[in-house]
Structure formats: structure tokens, C-alpha cells
Design a protein around this ligand. Structure first.
Ligand SMILES: Cc1cc2nc3c(=O)[nH]c(=O)nc-3n(C[C@H](O)[C@H](O)[C@H](O)COP(=O)(O)OP(=O)(O)OC[C@H]3O[C@@H](n4cnc5c(N)ncnc54)[C@H](O)[C@@H]3O)c2cc1C
Length: 520
């Protein structure tokens, strides 16, 4: 994946694209994979970096959603459980099974959650992960040695999937390119063009690196801008009523000592009636999330003080080991692109199903849903987009399409496991330049070779691209990430032919951004 090549392809295209996708998150990149693998000509434009929006800021679960089962949304759960199975099949280097324990402190909880989680497993059918089980008090403590013991009766264990969201996104972008799609980051769509009859027939964008205006004609434009979908719709008609009710969720990240035995905790009912997770992730503990309605989406949402307090307080109720603000290694925030419903009282009651909406201008918006169901959303979207654009019908092959990096035994690559088959190439790179084997920082197992790899082959353009999404340093250890920044800038400058002034400005910009991931 090379940005100069992508730009050249875009500039060289004389025919209208079959589809132009606005937005490089899970939804947009999923659509690009689907469209390209069917044989359509597809261009995707992302205003910032791939995954800068919600798609790098999830809870990292590939799941059916136990909560939706409780809400009675069986079809959503079944669809998501099937997609969970397909994702593990197609990207085994990034999706793994994880044991979740629901600790029980009341007599009714074991039978209640025991039966509920059996049903959850049954709904997965042949896409099932491990069997759920009721645990004794001792078995619960063996899996969750740091849990509060006072009043603990036992627990229920069930299995779901876990992944690295930003890494999957980058691998999907690579898959799309391999299938023939053209993808460009740092290219915001600023206007939509219309044909003589008033239908949207293309986009105007800007290349943020050169400042150059880009134009692309399309048979259909697909708006996959997530929480920003209404802003893109209003490029066609500023008077359109909003489709999205944005709601933010935060996660706090701690070191790994809070969950030493490798199982996750699932709290089915917090004091505000939501689900909360504490999950082992990249040797750390990730706790979240919240569901706070917000007025407007921004690219760098900030946690509210009450959200931080709420997560700390809920974690403190279940963990024996004291937990406080000073333990927080990073805080990150994502915005759900939920679809509005006239009578919903709060955003946690809004549907997590996906929506495909076509405006009178012919602009197609695909939004809602969740990471787990991105493939199915994309299939549905491309079916409708090809009909709208009167393109020849072509079958969707993504159920059995391996994601870039596919490798069944990637764990043997140690800290490079997440790269799947690419791990071998990163090892070669380090072998050719042994100084690149050096870790960037003692706090995390990230090598300099990964920076070079990200710049050469994964379209990373900034320190943030490397430390937030190609690796997850910023999300795991914000302070250490700030310390890594100067060396990352040096390595990037060498790869991308940037000068010293660029390096200084990049380090300053990254440190300012990373301040927002610290809890003071
Ligand atoms: C806190 C939280 C936890 C979650 N946890 C899970 C989970 O564990 N499992 C799960 O399955 N799902 C989860 N989800 C849901 C999942 O993350 C989202 O459904 C999914 O990431 C949405 O992807 P998207 O592509 O629609 O939006 P985004 O990822 O936000 O992508 C939209 C992109 O459009 C770009 N864009 C906007 N305007 C323009 C423009 N004018 N030109 C070009 N580009 C533009 C943005 O920069 C952005 O990158 C969670 C969501 C949240 C908020």
C-alpha cells in the first residue's frame, strides 16, 4: 500500500468510478473490500488516517452482544455471532477466543446468566466458540484472582472473540488494494458534484499533503463517514434532518496486573443499567465503556470527568486490588454512529442494527451496525449501491475471502503475531538493518522495524499513524508513546524524505495530542 501510487491512480482515472466511498473506517473499508472483490472499480477517500474515527476506539470485541440478547434482539445477535465466526475464519491472526467470567454475588445470578449464556452459545450454531459453564467460587477465583471475594458465590464463564480493531482495519485496507481498490488517506471530501438532473455524480476532495484539489466522478457515492455521516449528507443538501444520534464511550487502560490469569470480566448490569467489561489486551487491562449522548462528533473526542469517575468506581466495586486515577496508562474515546429513533429515551436503547439510507440526491449512506458485522453491512451496501448505480450484478465473495496477513499459527511470531504472514517480512527487514531490531521503548515490545514497515507498506504518514493505529502504543501507554515520538519522527523522516522542521513540528503535534490520552 503506497500513497504516491494511490494518488497517481486517482489522478490517472478518466472514466467514472463505479463507486466512490467517503470514509475510511470499518464501514467504508469493508465496502471497498466487498466492491473491489466483486470486480467493481472503487475509490475510497479518508479525511484523516484510516481508522482515525471510531474504528480504532472500540472495546475490541468480536461479539454477538450479550446485552442485545437480553433486549430480545435475537436476529441481531445471530447475525453478529455468525460474522464473529467468519471473522475468526478469515483473519485468525487478529481474532482470538477469550474467556469472559460473569462473577455472581446474588443467588439468582448463576441460574439466570447460566441459562442466558447457554442460549447465546446455541444461537451461534456451527459458528460457536467454547461452551459456557457455571463456575464454583474457587473456579471463579482461579480465573479472576483479583476479584472481590466478599459475598462471591461463583460465576459463569462464556467465550467470545477479541481483536485489534486498528490492525484489522489496516489489513482490510491492504486487502481492498490487493483486490484492485484505490484508497487514499488525508483526503477529505469537501463537496459533492451533481449531474444535470441533480443527482450526486462525484466528489471534490483535497490532498492534505500537497494542498491539491482532487475530483472523482462516480456512478454512485457511498457515504460511510460514521459519526460524520450527516455532515457529508449536508454537502448535498444543507437542510437535511439528521440521521445520527452520536454517543461517546470511553475506555481506561491499566497495566496487566489487574487481570493476571488472562480471563476477562463481564459486568452485565452497572449502576446505570449498562454492560461493562474489563479485558486483557496487549498485556494491559482495558476497562469500559460508557454511553453518553453528545451534540456533535469530533475527530478527537475527550472523556468527561464523570465518565472517568464512573469507570473507576465500577471497576473498584469488582476488583480487590485498589484502582485509582494514577493507575490509568491511557484513556481513549470513541463515538457511536447510532441511528436516530424518535422515541428512544437514551442512546443505549437505540438500535445497533445497520441502516442503509438513500437521500433524494441519490447519495447512499451506510451507518450504524458494529465492527463485528462490518462484512455483512458491506455486502448489503454493495448490493444496494450496485442496483442504484445500475451496475451489472456480481456475487459477493467475502464470506470466504482471507484478510491480508492471514496466518493460522501467527502466535509463533511473538510480539509480531498481529502482523500475521507479514511478520516474516518485518523480520527480514530487521535482519537487513539490525539496528531496527531495537525496541522503541522499554514499556512496550514495539521495534523500530515496525515504524519503517508502517511507512513503507501501510501508508503511515505521521507519528500518530504509527503510534496510535499501526502499533497501539498511544492507546496502551500514552506517556511512553510521547517519549517514543522523536525517534519515530526520525525514522519516518528518513522513509518519507522529510526535513528537520517537519520532525520538530510532528513531535510537538503528537505530544499535544497524547496529552489528551493522559488522566491527570
Ligand atoms: C466506545 C465504543 C465501543 C465499541 N465497541 C465495539 C466492540 O467491542 N465490538 C464491535 O463490534 N463494535 C464496537 N463498537 C462499534 C464500532 O466501533 C463501530 O460501529 C464502527 O467502528 C463504526 O465504523 P465506521 O466506519 O462507520 O465509523 P468510523 O470508524 O468513525 O469511520 C468514519 C470515517 O469517516 C471519515 N470521514 C468523515 N468525514 C469525511 C469526509 N468528509 N471525507 C473523508 N472522510 C471522512 C472519518 O475521518 C472516519 O475515519 C464500539 C463503538 C464505540 C463508540
Amino acid at each position: 500500500m503506497n500513497r504516491d501510487e494511490m494518488l497517481e491512480r486517482l489522478l490517472g482515472e478518466r472514466e467514472p468510478w463505479d463507486m466512490v466511498v467517503v470514509g475510511g473506517g470499518a464501514t467504508g473499508v469493508g465496502v471497498a473490500v466487498d466492491a473491489a472483490s466483486r470486480g467493481y472499480d472503487v475509490l475510497l477517500l479518508e479525511q484523516s488516517d484510516f481508522g482515525k474515527g471510531t474504528s480504532s476506539r472500540s472495546t475490541k470485541l468480536v461479539h454477538g452482544g450479550v446485552r442485545y440478547l437480553e433486549q430480545g434482539n435475537i436476529s441481531l445477535v445471530m447475525e453478529a455471532l455468525k460474522e464473529r465466526g467468519l471473522l475468526r475464519q478469515n483473519a485468525p491472526h487478529l481474532v482470538s477466543d477469550l474467556a469472559f467470567v460473569v462473577p455472581n454475588y446474588e443467588w439468582w445470578e448463576a441460574p439466570f446468566y447460566g441459562v442466558g449464556l447457554k442460549v447465546y452459545n446455541l444461537l451461534a450454531g456451527r459458528y460457536g466458540f467454547g461452551e459456557s459453564e457455571v463456575l464454583s467460587r474457587e473456579e471463579t477465583l482461579a480465573r479472576l484472582p483479583t476479584i472481590k471475594t466478599e459475598g462471591l458465590r461463583g460465576g459463569v464463564v462464556y467465550y467470545d472473540g477479541q481483536f485489534d480493531d486498528a490492525r484489522l482495519l489496516i489489513n482490510l485496507a491492504e486487502t481492498a488494494v490487493e483486490q484492485g481498490a484505490t484508497l487514499l488517506n488525508y483526503a477529505p471530501v469537501t463537496a459533492l458534484t451533481r449531474d444535470a438532473e441533480g443527482f450526486v455524480d462525484g466528489v471534490v476532495a483535497r490532498d492534505l499533503e500537497s494542498g491539491r484539489e482532487l475530483r472523482a466522478n462516480a456512478r454512485v457515492v457511498i457515504n460511510a463517514a460514521g459519526p460524520f455521516s450527516d455532515a457529508v449528507r449536508r454537502l448535498a443538501d444543507p437542510a437535511l434532518p439528521g440521521l445520527i444520534a452520536p454517543s461517546q464511550g470511553i475506555h481506561l487502560v491499566f497495566d496487566g496486573s489487574f487481570l493476571p490469569a488472562g480471563a476477562a470480566i463481564m459486568v452485565p448490569h452497572t449502576s446505570d443499567g449498562r454492560v461493562m467489561f474489563a479485558i486483557p489486551w496487549h498485556g494491559h487491562t482495558l476497562v469500559g465503556t460508557t454511553d453518553t449522548p453528545i451534540e456533535e462528533a469530533t475527530l478527537e473526542p475527550r472523556p468527561l470527568e464523570q465518565e472517568i469517575e464512573f469507570v473507576l468506581e465500577t471497576a473498584g466495586r469488582y476488583l480487590r486490588k485498589p484502582i485509582s486515577r494514577s493507575d490509568v496508562r491511557s484513556v481513549f474515546v470513541g463515538i457511536r454512529p447510532l441511528v436516530r429513533s424518535g422515541d428512544a429515551k437514551n442512546t443505549s436503547a437505540l438500535s445497533r442494527d445497520h441502516t442503509i439510507h438513500i437521500d433524494p440526491s441519490g447519495l447512499l449512506t451506510v451507518t450504524g451496525g458494529k465492527w463485528t458485522t462490518y462484512r455483512n453491512m458491506a455486502e448489503d451496501c454493495v448490493n444496494q449501491a450496485s442496483t442504484l448505480a445500475r451496475l451489472p450484478e456480481k456475487p459477493c465473495p467475502t464470506r470466504n475471502l482471507n484478510v491480508h496477513g492471514f496466518h493460522r499459527q501467527a502466535s509463533k511470531f511473538g510480539p509480531l503475531a498481529l502482523y500475521g504472514a507479514d511478520a516474516l517480512l518485518i523480520q527480514d527487514l530487521a535482519r537487513a538493518e539490525p539496528e531496527l531490531e531495537r525496541p522503541l521503548h522499554s514499556a512496550l515490545p514495539i521495534s523500530e522495524a515496525e515504524v519503517v514497515w508502517a511507512a513503507r507498506f501501510e501508508m503511515a504518514r505521521t507519528i500518530e499513524d504509527v503510534l496510535a493505529r499501526r502499533t497501539r502504543a498511544l492507546f496502551l501507554e500514552a506517556r511512553a508513546a510521547m517519549e517514543m515520538a522523536p525517534r519515530v519522527a526520525e525514522l519516518l523522516a528518513r522513509e518519507l524524505h522529510r526535513d528537520a522542521a517537519w520532525q520538530t513540528a510532528e513531535v510537538a503535534a503528537f505530544r499535544k495530542l497524547a496529552q489528551g490520552y493522559l488522566v491527570q
